[in-house]
Design a protein around this ligand. Sequence first.
Ligand code: GLU
Length: 487
Amino acid sequence: MIKTRFAPSPTGFLHVGGLRTALFAYLFAKKMGGKFLLRIEDTDRERFVEGGMENILNSLHWAGIKPDEGVDFDASKNIVQTGEVGPYIQSERLEIYKKYIDELTQKDHAYYCFCSKERLSEVRKVQEINKQPTGYDGQCRNLSIEDAKERIKAGESCVVRMKMPKEGATKFTDLVRGEVEFKNELIDDQVILKTDGFPTYHLAVVVDDHLMGITHVIRGEEWISSTPKHIKLYEMFGWEVPQFAHLSLLVNEKKQKLSKRHGDVSVEDFKEKGYLPEALVNFISFLGWNPGDERDIFSLEDLEKEFDMAQVGKAAAVFDRIKLDWYGQQYIMNMDLTDLATKCESFYHNAGIKTEDWNLESVVQLEQGRANTLVEIVENTGFIFAEKLEYESELLVWKKSTKEDAKEKLQLVSEFLNTLEGEWSKEILEEKVLPWIKDQGFGNGDVLWPVRVALSGLKNSPGPFEIAGVLGKEKTLERIKVAVGLV
Ligand code: GLU
């Protein structure tokens, strides 16, 4: 049985790069009829952030990625762990790691190291001056286990390091990158147990991936140089080595690493901006993968069927915000209007707009087809709800025309609109007003521009008939009257 995992550290919010890793691991498992597991890697206590685990789960749930095993929310959003081989939160597995670290020290695959921080930084300094590769110099590598135990008993503090072989090379076939080889002599004797009693990521990840039955380790490229250490640990334990797939880095349009300094990077940011989760997931799925043909709209369900690791490229994937906006717009455009209006409610609420007295669907429809995000819908339709529009009276004047002219047209059109009885909609208004303008011998712009500004107060907005349809007769006439008073 194929099993993949996503193993984030709860260090804040979920980065979009993390969502890409989670998505690809999830899709690979689904495509192969396997399972997707979620494990929390919280052994680095210095980077631990309170609430970080909830943030990650919230973001994954929002994106629709649900683990089959491991850490998850229950229906009331409590954190739960399901599966046979838990716990799935590393800080709850310290006893397990201890056992395996003891096994390594006993088999002479690992050793206790008593070097102080000061000594290590001194060693590093000398290496840098001599332009040598930096790393641990092996001072404690040959201490006997008995001596080490004596020193521990005497209260000396220590770490445990793995004994990396000094010759040969470690090779593996990466599912994305092909053959990869690292010279062993360049690999440090990695610390596997820290002075605080917590294992390091390197030991914990190997023990857990093995005990949890992970067959395919799918993770970011930044971990590729750690992989030979992990492979050696598998070999030291005598365990089968899983397959590895290292996903390329995400970069921005300027080919820089995607970081907070250059704008939004957390899933939470995109959620708050009002991107639909389906749009973000579809966009993210194309960061390194493509179906090999022209299609670009894929639901999560489609992706579960079509995703193919063989189509994942190794070039850095560009996080192109223009493309993301395009996806945003496509998904809003194709969404059921009732659902869209419901989704927008909380965004209106956050913007302090009361929507109760309005037919929200008709308001939202003004921007469906135009907006990329729900926040844009709210921002671009805010004028509808305004008690009083704020704009300069000059804005009412169409091109080379004059204030007097704008006033006259507004007055005349308002008289005409007042005579209309029965249904009041964009279509009817268009049908009635356009011939009227023609009959009067006016230009369309001379009438429609001031009307549009009178109704919206904006330089750019949806068309006057659309807005009037949403506002209704009374509010439309009221706004025109205010405009007449302004010019
Ligand atoms: N805890 C690591 C991280 O935060 C996981 C790396 C891996 O998948 O092995 O990215």
